[in-house]
Write a protein of this length. Structure first.
Length: 221
């Protein structure tokens, strides 16, 4: 038994619908490993249950696995807006989302989240970033602009198969995009963050709440 097997055996079971979606993704799409899968899916659901967001923004739907997993954790009235820029995924992904038990909690949008998400006019409590790694910095800044103070961004693939510390990938544009993003977030005073070495790297980022003024601190003393 591998350590990964042990971890999965001691993690809440993967719902049958998501297992079938994961299987179909790996059989019918070129990059099936991009689907979140059992462990990350259960973590995303639990994060949603912990944070209790009213509105979630997802950048990069792919086959819909992570969207459905997060929607499972939403409370009454909670909603997830997920953007996929690759319109060739729509015929595969839309039926899986619309036939899921949480379809009423998900709005699946084909389009560029960078341009279209701010136009929704929604203040989000949580953002899951899993789009084009070459534009992660731009996506991050956009996400912060629509995220409430104290809200969270969860960024996927931030270790990129370990390529971020492998000089052999210095000329790879996607690796470079992740490296730039990681450096940018680490220096950003607007947020605090931690990278989890889960799967391909998952960074949890909290948008800081405004600090109280000195005048406010003196009140009531």
């Amino acid at each position: 038994m591998t350590l990964d097997d042990y971890i999965l055996q001691h993690t809440s079971p993967e719902p049958d619908y998501l297992y079938r979606l994961w299987r179909a993704t790996n059989i019918h799409t070129i990059h099936g490993r991009m689907a979140s899968g059992h462990l990350q899916g259960r973590l995303l659901k639990m994060l949603v249950q912990m944070l209790q967001p009213a509105n979630i923004l997802e950048i990069g739907t792919f086959s819909g696995y992570s969207a459905i997993a997060m929607a499972e954790g939403l409370g009454d009235g909670g909603h997830l807006y997920t953007f996929e820029i690759n319109d060739e995924m729509e015929d595969f992904t839309r039926p899986w989302i619309e036939q899921s038990a949480v379809a009423d909690k998900i709005s699946f949008i084909i389009g560029d989240a960078l341009k279209e998400a701010p136009q929704l006019g929604i203040v989000f409590d949580m953002v899951f970033m899993d789009g084009d790694k070459r534009t992660y910095c731009e996506c991050y800044d956009m996400a912060l602009s629509v995220l409430r103070p104290g809200g969270f961004i969860v960024a996927d693939n931030t270790l990129w198969d370990g390529h971020v510390v492998d000089p052999a990938y210095d000329r790879d544009r996607q690796t470079h995009g992740i490296e730039q993003f990681n450096d940018y977030v680490a220096r950003d005073p607007r947020t605090e963050q931690v990278i989890l070495p889960l799967r391909d790297g998952l960074t949890i980022i909290r948008k800081r709440t405004p600090l109280p003024t000195w005048e406010g601190l003196g009140e009531g003393l």
